[in-house]
Ligand binder design. Structure first.
Ligand SMILES: [Zn+2]
Length: 137
């Protein structure tokens, strides 16, 4: 190996303020990070999946849902995450032409899946639009 970049990373294992599930759409990265910081979520495990909640609510295969649940459980085990915040967003490529209600319904279904699998996990859902972040009940 050849060193290409120097940066001193913290070595201490952390306790995550939250586990985050979001889409990998980079347009919302900055808003998401700023929102999390504003809400006191400074250290987090972020699971980025195209379509976010879709992999839990209406996965292409059961294996997709299992994989996401394993990632969540790994966050709980290694970094003691006790809450999970899940984000959908406007103009998501996983929901072409779908109304926002389709995504909020998937967020609610995904919440049920998560709470069924991990009842102690506190789940909250949000929707990122081009003008900010909204709560989803
Ligand atoms: Zn997306």
């Amino acid at each position: 190996m050849q060193k290409l970049f120097h940066f001193d990373c913290a070595r201490e294992v952390y306790q995550a303020d939250a586990c985050i599930i979001s889409c990998f759409d980079a347009r919302f990265d900055l808003a998401l990070r700023k929102f999390l910081k504003r809400r006191g979520i400074l250290t987090y495990d972020q699971i980025k999946i195209p379509g976010s909640a879709k992999a839990l609510a209406t996965p292409d295969t059961e294996a997709d849902r299992d994989f996401v649940l394993r990632m969540v459980r790994t966050s709980m085990r290694l970094h003691h995450s006790t809450r999970l915040w899940m984000f959908a967003h406007s103009d998501c490529g996983a929901y072409p032409g779908a109304p926002v209600e389709t995504q909020t319904a998937d967020l609610q279904t995904a919440t049920q899946v998560l709470q069924g699998a991990e009842p102690t996990l506190a789940v909250q859902c949000f929707f990122c639009d081009f003008d900010g972040v909204y709560s989803v009940d």
